[in-house]
Design a protein around this ligand. Structure first.
Ligand SMILES: Cc1ncc(COP(=O)(O)O)c(C=O)c1O
Length: 386
């Protein structure tokens, strides 16, 4: 008999009325009126070349064939060019950044190795790292002192002789904090001095005002995880990749999962997405910035609520409501009942999940305004019902 494995997992609460998380997801997914602020996805793309190229690919039945297993060379080159990385790097195209995260942890960690992550953070990394290594040290970072992010000092304090991997999600889901070049240089020194790998997940990079790549500072010690789910608005297409020096990518290829390659239609869309990026990036960044301002104004109206990292460098932020005595679960349910899907903190934190609600804002401004209105209304109602 096999039984479910017990790796680090977010404390997911299944809303009342649903038997499983999957059933709940199926409900929110299929509700076309639902405002999607719960998964940091991007709903700001109009009909554009990304959609056209995927339609074209379907019409010519590209999908009858298997693609080249490591990704179309054109896509590989475009991603490297997008990052300003040269041919000293290689890339493997995968089904989302998630598959790349799995491959990196599988490849880098031996059973005795330890990983450093942070809390709040992207918990599937902890889960994957705990499958392949020994333990995961999830460092609490929810405080002003460390700037709501992992600092080189915190890493030094928490590492041990077996630390092999440090997770640097930049900008960080759920807080939107981001690293300076100086901090990255210090992380690089730590990695070089101790033979550690840096897992640089740059899923939200293009929403940031200013962003620096770890790969440019410590190329030999960095694996970079790239996603088409957020800025490119292609979450459902499940496409991303992992970039590293050829030696590292060669090693990752030896444990590959999708031996027959990644979805052809997604890759066609991804090629068009990188090629057309200059045309729409400004619009998406401006909209997410002004959407954040709408949210900030609403939060400022609720006594006791605040945004720990503002502005966020991602397309999501956390709203701390601990001092209002309203729980993240209560407000997320209030919002869901009014067709706004958000996430309570427990999805991205084991320690601080009871303090905040995470909302993403790469959605049309009128939807953000609706959220702002019902958030303030809901917080007032829930406060007074205490
Ligand atoms: C930090 C981070 N990495 C990776 C992912 C997943 O990316 P993908 O959809 O490309 O698998 C997410 C999704 O929310 C994320 O927040």
């Amino acid at each position: 008999m096999i039984s479910p494995k017990k790796y680090a997992k977010p404390a997911k609460t299944i809303p009342k009325g649903y038997k499983t998380a999957n059933e709940f997801f199926n409900f929110v997914f299929n509700d076309e009126d639902m405002i999607w602020m719960g998964q940091n996805t991007n709903h700001l793309h109009d009909e554009n070349q990304i959609m056209d190229s995927m339609m074209h690919s379907i019409k010519k039945r590209d999908y009858n064939k298997y693609p080249p297993p490591e990704g179309f060379p054109e896509l590989k080159e475009l991603i490297l060019k997008d990052l300003g990385l040269q041919n000293e790097f290689d890339i493997l195209v995968t089904a989302g950044g998630t598959e790349s995260l799995y491959l990196c942890t599988n490849d880098i960690l031996a059973p005795e190795d330890n990983t450093i992550t942070c809390d709040p953070g992207y918990l599937i990394i902890d889960n994957f790292a705990s499958r392949f290594g020994d333990h995961v040290k999830s460092v609490p970072i929810y405080n002003e002192e460390c700037g709501y992010k992992l600092t080189p000092e915190l890493v030094r304090e928490n590492m041990d002789d077996n630390t092999k991997l440090i997770s640097l999600v930049d900008p960080l889901n759920p807080l939107g904090s981001s690293y300076t070049k100086e901090e990255l240089k210090e992380f690089a020194d730590i990695a070089l001095d101790n033979d550690i790998y840096l897992l640089n997940d740059i899923t939200y990079r293009d929403f940031a005002e200013d962003h620096h790549l770890m790969a440019k500072i410590a190329p030999e010690h960095t694996v970079t995880v790239y996603s088409f789910s957020k800025i490119y608005g292609m979450a459902g297409m499940r496409i991303g990749g992992v970039i590293g020096v050829p030696e590292v990518i060669k090693s990752i290829k030896s444990i590959v999962i999708n031996d027959l390659g990644t979805n052809v239609v997604s890759q066609r869309g991804a090629i068009a997405a990188v090629k057309s990026k200059k045309e729409w990036l400004g619009h998406i960044k401006n909209t997410t910035r002004s959407n954040q301002e709408i949210i900030k104004k609403a939060v400022d109206q609720v006594e006791g609520a605040f945004i720990p990292v503002y502005p966020s460098n991602g397309n999501m932020l956390a709203i701390d409501i601990y001092n209002t005595n309203v729980t993240p679960l209560a407000i997320s349910k209030y919002l869901l009942d009014r067709k706004v899907f958000t996430r309570e903190g427990s999805y991205t934190s084991k320690v601080f999940g009871h303090r905040y609600l995470r909302v993403s804002f790469s959605i049309p401004p009128e939807d953000v305004k609706y959220f702002a209105k019902i958030f303030v209304e809901g917080m007032n109602i829930l406060k007074s019902s205490k």
